[in-house]
Design a protein. Structure first.
Length: 314
């Protein structure tokens, strides 16, 4: 029998608490569910599909305490970020990585994006309390050449080179840390010019280095109560690709575990959705009343759905 030796950390998984997402990221043959840590994850989709919110949730699941670094190349809402991390049960700190050069007294000068990314990775390497780094987003990265150039100049491949360096450094740091962590790169998706399918920006190396690549789609909206997204693990190095999952996003709140469980149960035909939602033939209330319960934080209303999923045989 083969035996692998060497000083290399074992594969570790962290449950996300979302039934279908755990299975999309898991290994069905071994029946090992959850997110593999010490991994690079690329999340992508169209705008307003829940990418950043899901990234906050996943980062908050790595460990209940500690620190998460968020590189906010796009605008960040601090109150919403707090709520999104709270939904994951995270009780640590979220640090928005500094973008300004504090050494330039009296001047508001932005640090070069490459410097910001390097500083974040160095802190991730040096501080074992840091659980995750979230890069939000790859499409907003600006290279030094673009900063020093003029609007309209072409700088082909500069962002891809930056992301290749970022990915290679991230891989080594993830492997060598004592405490497991994750790196999440948030990306946008676009069409393949002259072809079919879709593609993401930032070059090919980041795609190769990512152990997991997730695409999110808007599936169904419920006006002021949020929306249901469907996702697919287009790459899963530790369990196979192609499995789909559901996530429910509430405005101002983040991922809602209870509503996600309800929709997972409906998709698996454990529950029936109509004007009234039924579980095992028993009424769980009108769909509007369940949204009301979610809005006021009444998590007890959703425990039967979570229990039904937990009892389902894989």
């Amino acid at each position: 029998m083969a035996k692998v030796v060497g000083d290399y950390p074992p594969l570790e998984r962290v449950p996300t608490g979302l039934w279908s997402l755990d299975r999309a990221l898991g290994d069905p043959r071994r029946k090992e569910w959850g997110m593999a840590v010490r991994s690079i994850i690329e999340e992508y989709g169209r705008w307003e599909s829940g990418k950043s919110t899901l990234a906050y949730y996943l980062a908050g699941k790595v460990r209940k305490d500690g620190k998460v670094l968020v590189i906010p190349f796009e605008r960040a809402d601090k109150k919403y970020i707090e709520s999104a991390f709270n939904q994951a049960g995270f009780d640590g700190s979220v640090q928005l990585v500094e973008l300004l050069d504090k050494k330039q007294k009296g001047k508001k000068r932005l640090l070069l994006d490459g410097v910001v990314m390097t500083n974040a990775l160095n802190e991730f390497a040096d501080d074992e309390d840091v659980n995750a780094v979230i890069l939000d987003s790859i499409g907003a990265i600006v290279s030094q050449a673009r900063v020093e150039g003029t609007i309209g100049e072409a700088f082909m491949g500069d962002r891809a080179k930056m992301m290749a360096d970022f990915a290679r450094r991230s891989e080594g740091m993830l492997r060598e840390r004592e405490n497991p962590g994750i790196i999440i790169g948030i990306n946008h998706v676009g069409p393949v010019i002259g072809g079919r399918g879709h593609q993401t920006g930032g070059g090919e190396v980041f795609k190769f280095a990512a152990a997991v690549r997730i695409m999110l789609y808007f599936k169904e909206g419920f006006e002021d109560d949020g929306f249901l997204a469907e996702g697919v693990a287009e790459k899963n190095r530790f369990g196979g690709k192609g499995r789909k999952f559901l996530v429910y996003f509430m405005p101002g709140v983040g991922v809602h575990v209870g509503l996600t469980a309800m929709f997972d149960a409906v998709r698996l035909e454990l529950a029936e959705r109509g004007t009234v939602v039924k579980l095992d033939g028993k009424s769980m209330g009108r769909i509007g009343a369940l949204f009301d319960a979610a809005r006021v934080g009444d998590e007890a209303r959703f425990k039967p759905f979570v229990k039904a999923l937990a009892e389902k045989e894989d």
